[in-house]
Ligand binder design. Structure first.
Ligand code: HEC
Ligand code: HEC
Length: 283
């Protein structure tokens, strides 16, 4: 067992960690109109560890990058259209649609995603965007909550997020959200699994390097939900976390769990200042 873990570690880290020159210098403009901030100074809370924060877009191939530059080429936008239909459709015992209370989605949801996860005073909890949508479904529409990170939930999240594209990520980490943020930070720097690797080992200390055939980014979530060419669907943040934790050969958490909510809050705060990009395209 021990020997196996050591060889796995060596296979993962020693041979294939090839420096590839880091992030490229391309510029991300969407629909030849909306220029995105994809590199900027790190927020104060992480300035001791990292100087510059960089969108995952910079670490992808030219072909993958191009798919995100035009909404007609971005496969994630199909799900945004589907979610708009859901937005306008009445559901649940109250016979209400999202639109009945919120009106036009583009107008009412502009800027919302940039601030999530965020503290909700009434519920006294940190809510992800998916949790907030489910709260409206259950308590205002009398409808069943969406399954966390499943198709409908992620499509709705992508639609809401698309109306924040180009705006800076701006999650609050102080006040009542501080305790959960600390918990997420602790998780980020804790080595887990047989490989004894933390998020920081890969995404803070080795971004720009190649691991297996993959160009390591900073593991930012300003591009989520992300359409992945690998599984040809939109992927939620927690599902991505789950894959990364599993890659360290550790027991992982479930999408929607308190641990992943804390981790999402912390990781999102590492993108404070980068443009919201979701839905992005990744491999
Ligand atoms: C019956 C009215 C009603 C319906 C229907 C409704 N909502 Fe809401 N929604 C609200 C209210 C009121 C709030 C503010 C609640 C709060 O702050 O706790 C809210 C808040 C939100 C927010 C957070 C906005 C922010 O600035 O943080 C989102 C996102 C949201 N709703 C999405 C949806 C979606 C998606 C649907 C349909 C699936 C929906 N809502 C259906 C009444 C409604
Ligand atoms: C063994 C190295 C490794 C570890 C440890 C690891 N990841 Fe990753 N992660 C990857 C690789 C490889 C990718 C795909 C290439 C990329 O985007 O960096 C990735 C991608 C991601 C992405 C997608 C970024 C984007 O722009 O689409 C996020 C978010 C992420 N990781 C978060 C985390 C978090 C949070 C942790 C800790 C729980 C973690 N990762 C641990 C290797 C790792």
């Amino acid at each position: 067992m021990k020997f196996k873990a050591m060889t796995a570690m060596a296979a993962l880290l020693a041979a294939p960690m090839v420096f590839a020159g880091g992030a490229d210098d391309d510029v991300l403009t969407i629909n030849e109109d909306l220029e995105m901030v994809t590199k900027t100074a790190a927020p104060a809370h992480m300035a001791d560890d990292v100087d510059e924060i960089i969108s995952g877009w910079h670490f992808r191939s030219d072909e993958t990058q191009a798919l995100q530059m035009d909404d007609f080429d971005n496969p994630g936008m199909i799900f945004v259209d589907q979610a708009l239909d859901m937005w306008n459709a009445a559901e649940g015992s109250e016979g209400k649609a999202c639109a009945d209370c919120h009106g036009d989605a583009e107008e009412s949801m502009a800027g919302v995603a940039a601030t999530y996860p965020k503290w909700n005073d009434g519920a006294e909890e940190v809510r992800t965007l998916q949790m907030q949508v489910n709260d409206c479904r259950e308590n205002r529409m009398g409808a069943k909550p969406f399954k966390y990170d499943a198709g409908a939930a992620v499509s709705m999240e992508a639609m809401i997020t698309s109306y924040s594209r180009g705006m800076p990520v701006n999650v609050a980490i102080d006040g009542p959200a501080a305790a959960m943020w600390e918990q997420g930070k602790e998780m980020y720097y804790t080595r887990t699994g047989q490989l004894e690797l933390s998020c920081a080992n890969c995404h803070e200390q080795n971004y720009g390097n190649f691991i297996r055939a993959d160009h390591l980014s900073q593991g930012q979530i300003n591009g989520f939900p992300a359409y992945r060419l690998k599984n040809a669907k939109l992927n939620g943040v927690h599902s991505r976390f789950k894959g990364c934790v599993r890659d360290t050969r550790a027991e992982t958490y479930s999408p929607g769990s308190a641990d992943f909510i804390a981790l999402e809050l912390y990781v999102k705060s590492r993108a404070n200042g980068l443009s919201v990009e979701g839905p992005s395209v990744r491999n």
